[in-house]
Design a protein around this ligand. Sequence first.
Ligand code: UN1
Length: 497
Amino acid sequence: MFKSTNPSDISQVITTVEAASAEQIVAAMRKTKSAQKGWAKLPAPTRGRVIANVGRLVERNKEKLAKLITSEMGKVYREALGEVQEVVDTCDFFLGEGRRLYGQTVPSEMQNKNLFTFRMPVGNVFIITAGNFPTAVPSWYIVPALLAGNTVVWKPSEFTPAVANALTDLFHAGGVPKDVLITVVADGEQTFSALETGLKESIINKVGFTGSTAVGKKIGAKTGEYIQSACLELGGKNPMVVMPDANIDLALDGALFAGFGTAGQRCTSLGTLWIHESIYDSVLAKFTALVENAAVGDPFKDVLFGPMISEKYLENHLAHLKMIQPHHKVSGSTATGKITAKNPRKGFVGDPEKGVFAHPVIVAGVTKDDELYRTETFGPLVTVGKFSTLDEAIELANGHGYGLSSAIYTNDPQNVWRFREGISAGMVSINNSTSGAEAHLPFGGNGLSGNGSRQSGIWVLDQFTRWQSMNWDWSNKLQKAQMDLIEIKHDPNFDLK
Ligand code: UN1
């Protein structure tokens, strides 16, 4: 059994659900696999209309779903509303794709012959997602996968089963048949074992995974054994570079939201704030003051951030605090670690004893030799360091090997273009936060952040479809490509007089 509790008040049980075994997950895979051909036979515009229905239903239930998200995983209500809007946006984008899903007509090198391309669904898809975005990120996979004619088994986070079931109900109510999308709640071990069987039996044709780099490596290796490539959306240590010419207040607004929004539990959360040495002391002092004075607590109130997703995420955060070294300068709150009556946070909103709340932490003086420089902390912890040239900032921003999101604050276009060209991240923000990507631009990372797969917009279609090429020779004779060439007479030695 999985019991999800409200992380703002862990005495409040949100739901209990049966934990699926590996066999049950495989049974679900077999079921969706046998439904796939029928689903793919529906015209794509019809599937697009189903996606339209889902979008309208999610919109209709926006507040209810957002409340459930805030209650089950703790992000502040305004962010939860934004997350649900991201599902609506994704449906709105893909309902139209049902009437496109374009292939191409391609000229042939021969006469009386035509070439074409078609997008084919990959088949049956296994989607594994995390608890920090319990609706938006799953929708980035499920919506395009279904639209393109695939069937889906979805394994959501075991910390957000109520949200997962609610979202699944909305898909089904929108017209997605029950055997075309099946949601299973399971632990990591059962999930991995089912994944292996599913690949072996060829009933899984594509895997989508959002989560840690460590688990992503295992999933990537396993799918590789079966000649598949998973869509991997992994961790980040997202840099934000502040140049001396930047609008500092704007940069700090961005750093505050990117660093501590969702209690730092976004894959796009700010990792290290890199400040130019000429403004380092003053910007750090301002940032510290902002973080110290920010409201933390009840996510239904007007706060910067609420609780951690669960105790596990809090423990993870506490482990990262142990990486702080004597040469670091810690600031941002009245204490570090769990917020309690005995370890209070100034101005805390609500009762910290009831939930799993953590103090925000700024760790300044980080250098490239520190463990914290290369560790994704996934909590309310921001590291701060200094640089002297833009080239050095870019090197520091890339040096740990993650490459998901990045940001630079500057008013000099030269800096913008040099940064864009030099940064290895898949996503670059100019004078904007590292988090908060829009739902129709390619989303994804490089290096430790992902294997180059991209979600969102038209780009994700390459994850859920395979190109089929067709040639149609209507000349009534065998024309041989590369051999039966049409030669055009010309003079290769011609010079102008
Ligand atoms: C994630 O944390 O896995 O760009 C996704 C953002 C959100 C999505 C984050 N739109 O911050």
